[in-house]
Write a protein that binds this ligand. Structure first.
Ligand code: SF4
Length: 190
């Protein structure tokens, strides 16, 4: 029988894309808030859920002044290897949590990102080479970081929690609509 005394912790954790806690890591010109996406963070706090902030693979790989880009440009061996390296300590956290019965209640990420999207990621076959104005589109695939992270979780036998992508790249949606959709997801899934 355990001799440990229970404390206040909820034993519930969500893994959150870096820029939801720090808009300064977003690629330039697309941040919808100044620092944290506070409504989203407040909602998680209301449920007593702790946050593990995942690293921003694009800032660490390409810096703050990087170009807007697409999943097909990032879909190369070097970036995949880098994403997997970034994902590895996140999966280590998950393994440690599961050993003591803590629950990873979800992964919260940013749809549309070529790295962190889950149901959608940006795509343009014609991007690359000399920079010029070619419109990208969204494909129904995860970004490269999320793809590597989920593959690593599967390889290491970590069960997959619900994964939700805030529709950050959908400019037909207002920020209020994104928050409302997120709250509905929280209420139905967590
Ligand atoms: S979506 Fe991912 S790669 Fe893009 S800024 Fe946020 S954390 Fe970085």
């Amino acid at each position: 029988m355990s001799v440990h005394v229970e404390d206040e912790r909820s034993k519930k954790i969500v893994f959150v894309a870096n820029c939801l806690l720090n808009a300064n890591n977003k690629v330039m010109e697309i941040a919808r808030y100044q620092g944290m996406f506070s409504e989203v963070i407040r909602t998680l706090d209301e449920y007593g859920i702790g946050i593990n902030q995942m690293p921003c693979p694009e800032t660490l790989y390409c810096g703050c002044q990087r170009w807007h880009t697409s999943r097909n440009l990032y879909d190369n061996v070097g970036y995949r290897r880098f994403c997997r390296k970034m994902a590895s300590p996140m999966v280590d956290y998950m393994v440690n949590y599961s050993k003591v019965g803590y629950k990873v209640v979800g992964i919260l990420t940013c749809d549309g990102s070529p790295s962190c999207g889950i149901t959608k990621s940006s795509y343009c076959e014609d991007w690359g080479g000399r920079p010029r104005g070619i419109a990208r589109t969204l494909v129904d695939k995860p970004g490269i970081y999320m793809e590597e992270m989920l593959a690593l979780m599967k390889e290491r036998g970590v069960s997959l929690p619900p994964v939700y992508g805030l529709a950050m790249d959908d400019y037909d949606m207002t920020t209020e609509e994104i928050i409302a959709d997120f709250k509905a997801w929280v209420e139905s899934s967590l």
